[in-house]
Design a protein around this ligand. Structure first.
Ligand SMILES: Cc1ncc(Cn2c(C)c(CCOP(=O)(O)OP(=O)(O)O)sc2=O)c(N)n1
Ligand SMILES: [Ca+2]
Length: 534
């Protein structure tokens, strides 16, 4: 007779979940041993936060559901920080945690995951421990389809390890062929309503968010912006880059505070917010949300973002379809904007700063011919003193070109960069990581070395939790402890995990090291020692 494991493998193969990110424990071994070696690739991460971070990068790059194998409660707990990012980036991760022998969990024997399905809430869309072994294949099928249906997101299954050898149900044969399709276009009435709002506005402004990038709908936003003659801002706390930063209508990233956003959008009578929550503020800047008498129209693929917003009229649908309909329906006002002027850092001397790191990325990256690289460089940013500068200074021109932790949970950058590299062997992934952030996901270096990924890790080392120094000033908490992290030798740490590395302290040396790293055929770490910006 067919086993539950065999039915499950058929479902995973049918949906293409053949790359498994994991860190094993005894509860997981029967499942992992049952995956056919010639069809499944198990990517080992040394900490579950890194495992989920890599899977998140991989899922965002492939735009497909990804299987993650975690160990019981302790592995799930270690994964929770990374799960906050996957939740807010709508990443379709299928987390499968190994559970103890079914009839011993009540006794709470060692490695029991007690109340397993409660542990990861509210960070998952669906969380379940099947009531019987024979329901495991159906639960795996439901989990994969839940993860992949808008709004996409992580799901969680806990499976006792004696379930895998149980007898499967004949009806399991119906599961591998299951699909779920969601119709997401605007109705004619909805489209007419939106178009009339846009046509009535005298000074519209567009604010784009991460789901435009996830839907690869930039091209439609470019058409809409050009036809409206509208400037385009990226929504605050941006985990992706949803608009080409080189486009003449691009006006930069909105800073994440109510006052900052309102003053930037002052003078516009219509705010067209697309593919983002309204809005991902971070700093507390009390005041009016919107410029006087400004109207907001909000397009999102996530009903929760629409219902919990503090303002605006929202439409929920498939962004690629809806934006395509809108782009076709808008009259061209024949107004085109001139590109903004972005100042470069003063080159007083050769001292290396975070700004010089950013300005070197585009210049050096464009100057280097990389024959084996068939797409532009993909960036991952987790350097919190540079997060407001990155999308102003670095040229990002293609979908999936930029990633930042979607919940602000550090420890995403290095693992995600490795996950993206594994999904896109023809790309070079450059991760710009703060010396503080690096420590949350540092073991990703091991997987990069073992898999020889084309990943360049730039550690921007200012010896401090720089962003927190900024917050300490803003919050009048200057005496807060734990804001400095001097004395870490990232070159030795990288060597310890098998990644060649070097330390640089000048602009010239950084540029040379960076170009050399771009040409390497495996991972390289460059530790850039920079001055702490006051
Ligand atoms: C998992 C986790 N822990 C702690 C923080 C708090 N935090 C911390 C610790 C920051 C400082 C990061 O320092 P860095 O060296 O990585 O970068 P900068 O010096 O450029 O800020 S920014 C921030 O929000 C966080 N966001 N996520
Ligand atoms: Ca730092």
């Amino acid at each position: 007779p067919t086993t539950v494991l065999k039915s499950t493998v058929d479902i995973l193969l049918a949906h293409g979940l053949t790359t498994v990110f994991g860190n094993p424990g005894s509860n997981e071994l029967p499942f992992l041993a049952g995956l056919p070696k010639d069809k499944f690739d198990y990517v080992l991460g040394l900490h579950e936060g890194v495992v989920v971070g890599m899977a998140d990068g991989y899922a965002q790059a492939t735009r497909k559901p990804v299987l993650v194998s975690l160990h019981a409660a302790s592995g799930t707990g270690n994964a929770m920080g990374a799960l906050t990012n996957a939740h807010y980036s709508h990443s379709p991760l299928v987390l499968l945690a190994g559970q103890q022998i079914r009839r011993t969990v009540g006794q709470e024997v060692m490695l029991s995951n007690v109340d397993a399905s409660i542990l990861p809430r509210p960070l998952v869309k669906y969380s379940h421990e099947p009531l019987a072994a024979s329901d495991v294949p159906h639960s795996v099928s439901q989990a994969i389809l839940e993860a992949s249906t808008h709004p996409k997101g992580p799901v969680y299954l806990s499976v006792p390890y004696d379930d895998w050898s149980a007898e499967a149900l004949p009806s399991d044969l119906l599961l591998p062929r299951r699909t779920v399709n969601t119709a997401g276009s605007l109705s004619q009435a909805q489209l007419a309503d939106l178009v009339s709002s846009l046509s009535r506005s005298s000074s519209p402004v567009i604010v784009v968010g991460p789901d435009v990038d996830a839907a690869q709908a930039q091209k439609h936003v470019v058409t809409i912006a050009e036809r409206l003659g509208a400037p385009v801002y990226i929504a605050p706390s941006a985990p992706k880059c949803p608009f080409p930063t080189t486009h003449p209508h691009y006006r930069g990233l909105l800073h994440p505070g109510i006052e900052s956003v309102r003053t930037k959008l002052d003078g516009h009578d219509l705010i067209v917010l697309i593919g983002a929550p309204a809005m991902r503020y971070h700093r507390w800047e009390p005041g009016a949300y919107l410029p006087d008498s400004a109207e907001v129209v909000h397009l999102t693929c996530d009903a929760g973002e629409a219902t919990r917003a503090a303002y605006g009229r929202a439409w929920v649908g498939d962004l690629l379809d809806a934006l395509g309909q809108l782009a076709d329906a808008i009259e061209d006002r024949a107004v085109r904007l001139d590109p903004r002027v972005v100042p470069s850092p003063s080159s007083v001397d050769d001292t290396l700063t975070g700004e010089w790191v950013l300005d070197t990325l585009t210049a050096a990256g464009e100057s280097v011919s990389l024959p084996s690289c068939t797409r532009p460089i993909t960036y991952v940013n987790e350097c919190t003193t540079l997060d407001l500068l990155f999308l102003d200074r670095v040229a990002i021109t293609h979908p999936g070109g930029y990633h930042f932790p979607a919940s602000g949970g550090l420890g995403f950058g290095m693992p995600a960069a490795v996950g993206i590299s594994l999904a896109r062997p023809d790309a070079i992934v450059v991760a710009v990581i703060g010396n503080g952030s690096a420590n949350y996901g540092i073991t990703a270096l091991y997987t990069a070395a073992q898999r020889r990924t084309r990943t360049v890790f730039i550690i921007v080392n200012n010896g401090s939790y720089g962003a927190l120094r900024g917050f300490a000033k803003r919050l009048n908490a200057l005496d807060a402890p734990g804001l400095d992290v001097p004395g870490i030798d990232f070159v030795s740490i990288a060597a310890g995990y098998g990644v060649p590395a070097e330390r640089v302290t000048t602009v010239t040396a950084f540029r040379e090291a960076y170009v050399k790293a771009l040409r390497a055929d495996g991972p390289v770490l460059v530790e850039a020692v920079v001055r702490l910006e006051s």
